[in-house]
Ligand binder design. Structure first.
Ligand code: FES
Ligand code: FES
Length: 209
């Protein structure tokens, strides 16, 4: 009668060196798969710092010339609010979905959270702070006050900038058209009817906006 083969006793020394070998090969593999920039950064933090080097940018904001140094990752919205303290422009969603951050670039409305500041070199930016002429409010600001176009007021700067652009673009011919072309501006207080009334009044008044 043949006997079942005995299990070979494992050799502890052998297992240890095998584990060591696997550990070393995975470390080498991880190193090989790591992007070169990260490897370099690990060697020298200067490499990471260099990746965020500031870039010079010249902007005309509300009629004033600015010569700035800006990190390439900074949005126009953050530049306005955090670097220049122009906090009239609001940050709502920060994802292009609410319109609270609407400003004008070369006269055209844009969500400032969706564009990088360094992309605006040489451009003319207008924020809500730049609409009034000294103590004289812009007709759209007057109309918003007259028609109670705001409650909490958080969306209001963006609504006003968009409303001005809406008339300039020729998209304020009727309440329906105004609603359509202001639909990117969300008001959580639901002041929409009054906003439409304000825009209609400015449009009918034939004001220069
Ligand atoms: S903050 Fe820019 S669209 Fe909402
Ligand atoms: S007035 Fe409050 S969000 Fe529009």
């Amino acid at each position: 009668m043949s006997q079942a083969p005995k299990e070979q006793p494992s050799c502890p020394g052998k297992q240890e060196s095998r584990r060591e070998f696997l550990k070393q090969s995975s470390a080498l593999m991880a190193l090989a798969l790591t992007p070169p920039l990260v490897v370099k950064a690990g060697e020298n933090d200067e490499a990471i710092a260099g990746a965020f080097e500031k870039i010079p940018v010249n902007l005309d904001i509300n009629g004033k010339a600015y010569h700035l140094s800006v990190e390439p990752r900074v949005t126009l919205l953050d530049l306005l609010r955090e670097q220049l303290a122009l906090t009239g422009t609001k940050k709502g969603c920060d994802h292009g979905q609410c319109g609270a951050c609407t400003v004008h670039i070369n006269g055209q409305r844009i969500n400032s959270c969706l564009t990088l500041a360094v992309m605006q070199e040489g451009k003319k930016i207008t924020t809500i702070e730049g609409l009034a002429q000294g103590d004289t409010l812009h007709p759209m600001q007057e109309a918003f006050i007259k028609h109670d176009g705001f409650q909490c007021g958080y969306c209001t700067p963006g609504q006003i900038m968009s409303a001005v652009a809406c008339i300039r673009e020729g998209h304020a011919g009727s309440p329906e058209e105004i609603r359509e072309f202001m639909s990117g501006n969300i008001c959580r207080c639901g002041a929409y009817d009054n906003i439409v009334d304000a825009v209609m009044e400015v449009k009918k008044g034939g004001y220069t906006v």
